[in-house]
Design a protein around this ligand. Structure first.
Ligand SMILES: Cc1cc2nc3c(=O)[nH]c(=O)nc-3n(C[C@H](O)[C@H](O)[C@H](O)COP(=O)(O)O)c2cc1C
Length: 193
């Protein structure tokens, strides 16, 4: 597969992601996007990654609501007092829902699907950022999940974990700094102070 616009996230010209080790270092959250549309085939590859992500007991209970309507994206951006504003400028947003009746690990399943989409997007040179929904509120104190439910009409068994906004980066994000990694949080054999 050809990697397009990888330069926008890895700061190298004409260079595809080479391996997963590089991908995990160069994927960074992107909250400012260009006007460039996301190709329908690329979007399908991103959604495919979500549908291939692992789930507890392999229930695959998640649902994904794909939105590119500008007005709806604007509404999404107003779904939190803080932290959701970037969604207004996203080209596409995917609302990630879990089925709380089908699985007791729906939050884990939804989270893994969301982050799998983020890595797939990064591999395609497409930026993304997670907007937390579960446990968050609008500026008027309404649960963000309830706010979205009214907008999107999903049933009571489904709960939104997050919204992932996608688009081509209009900002340069540096790869993660190898020296800043918290190796002290890794404990070998048992917990060590
Ligand atoms: C569980 C979770 C919740 C997050 N919620 C938000 C959010 O609501 N709004 C936002 O702008 N970024 C959100 N982020 C993105 C983080 O702020 C970001 O991943 C972190 O600052 C590290 O930066 P990086 O992704 O560029 O490495 C969230 C990330 C995770 C994993």
């Amino acid at each position: 597969m050809q990697c397009r616009n990888a330069a926008l996230i890895n700061n190298e010209s004409d260079n595809c992601m080479k391996d997963f080790k590089t991908l995990v270092q160069t994927r960074r959250s992107v909250r400012k996007f260009t006007d460039k549309e996301i190709d329908a085939d690329d979007l399908k590859v991103i959604l495919r990654a979500a549908l291939m992500s692992p789930t507890g007991k392999s229930v695959r209970g998640w649902h994904f609501i794909v939105v590119d309507d500008k007005d709806m994206l604007q509404r999404f951006s107003e779904g939190r007092a803080m932290g959701s504003q970037f969604l207004a400028g996203a080209k596409v947003a995917v609302v990630v829902l879990g089925d709380q009746e089908l699985s007791d690990v729906w939050t884990e399943d939804a989270s893994i699907a969301a982050v799998t989409m983020q890595y797939q997007a990064a591999d395609l040179g497409i930026g993304s950022c997670w907007c937390q929904v579960r446990g968050r509120f609008t500026k008027d104190g309404e649960a963000t999940d309830s706010y979205l439910r009214t907008l999107l009409g999903y049933p009571a068994n489904l709960v939104a974990e997050c919204i992932v906004g996608f688009g081509y980066a209009d900002v340069e994000r540096k790869p993660q700094n190898e020296d800043g990694l918290k190796w002290e949080n890794v404990h070998i054999g048992a917990y060590n102070e």
